[in-house]
Ligand binder design. Structure first.
Ligand code: APR
Length: 283
């Protein structure tokens, strides 16, 4: 059975699928018949920033309405029991964090959908928009046509949010502008063709360089990007276990020592319980 000293977990959209978040390349990935791979690009944003914002706002709302599933919970549990642990997720949703995966043991390598950042300068803010208002106005973003800085949504006498600021789709078609340089604000995610965030990349490299892992789990990803396979193979110790959790075959499958062709919310709780029970029996 397995030591639980150093663990690396790599996840993709499949882990959030059972929370109702569409995957990218699954049949449910298209939005208004638009291919996500065509929308999640700097070119698409340059061509029609309103349309791209609409897509991200719908995704943000869907994520707010979603709950972490048993796969997210199992990974958070593993983070608690492993001596050394790092979760590297390609997911821009916040379900791993909401399940309790600690920030210092998690890398969102493709960014965070609830971050809004300037497309030119370093101004950015993060707001999940929970607590009533569907999509909070940027703390200091100016809405061009209203020209008014909006601190918080107006309220009707019965306390409910006044339509003008509450109707997300009406206002939200506007594209927030940076209060520092007036450039367009964009979602804080990594789009196709863009560099991975340097600081996050450094954290992954530091973890890989700190020593081999006994156990590597790769769950819910097509492993489309070579760095996912590269990190998994560089991480695994010569006698370590590389587990792939995915109902389908992927380019990583031939390297895995175990292939679990099951939904993540089924396979991960079982794997983690086995590992945790085994570890506690060794203590
Ligand atoms: N449990 C486990 N795996 C699942 C489940 C499930 N319930 N449902 C689907 N999958 C698998 C699919 O078989 C597929 O291999 O999850 C994978 C989802 O693949 P993609 O949609 O390609 O998502 P991902 O691998 O995360 O994409 C990587 O590409 O689109 C960009 O930036 C985006 O982060 C994303 C990256």
């Amino acid at each position: 059975m397995h030591r639980l000293n150093r663990i690396l977990v790599l996840t993709g959209a499949g882990v959030s699928a059972e929370s109702g978040i569409p995957t990218f390349r699954g049949k449910d990935g298209y939005w208004r018949n638009l291919d996500p791979a065509k929308l999640a690009t700097p070119e698409a944003f340059a061509k029609d920033p309103g349309l791209v914002w609409e897509w991200y706002r719908e995704r943000r709302q869907r994520i707010r309405n979603a709950q972490p599933n048993a796969a997210h919970n199992a990974i958070a549990k593993l983070a608690q029991h492993a001596q050394e642990f790092l979760l590297v997720t390609q997911n821009v949703d916040d379900l791993h964090a909401r399940a309790g995966s600690p920030k210092q043991k998690m890398v969102q390598i493709h960014g965070d959908i609830f971050v809004t950042r300037c497309s030119r300068c370093d101004f950015q803010f993060r707001d999940t928009g929970r607590g009533g208002s569907p999509e909070p106005p940027a703390p200091s973003a100016i809405y061009p046509h209203s020209g008014r800085l909006r601190a918080c949504p107006e309220r009707k006498s019965n306390g409910s949010i006044a339509t003008t600021s509450a109707q997300p789709d009406q206002e939200q078609k506007d594209i927030p502008k940076c209060s520092k340089c007036s450039a367009l604000m964009r979602p804080g995610v990594v789009w196709f063709g863009e560099q991975l965030p340097w600081d996050e990349l450094r954290r992954v490299e530091n973890y890989l360089e700190a020593g081999p892992c006994d156990f590597v789990i790769v769950a819910g990803t097509t492993a489309t990007f070579g760095y996912i396979i590269d990190w998994a193979l560089r991480a695994i110790a010569s006698d370590g276990t590389l587990v792939e959790v995915n109902p389908e075959e992927t380019p990583l499958s031939r390297f895995a020592t175990q292939r679990l062709r099951e939904p993540a919310a089924i396979a991960l709780p079982r794997i983690v319980d086995e590992l945790v029970i085994y570890r506690s029996s060794k203590l």
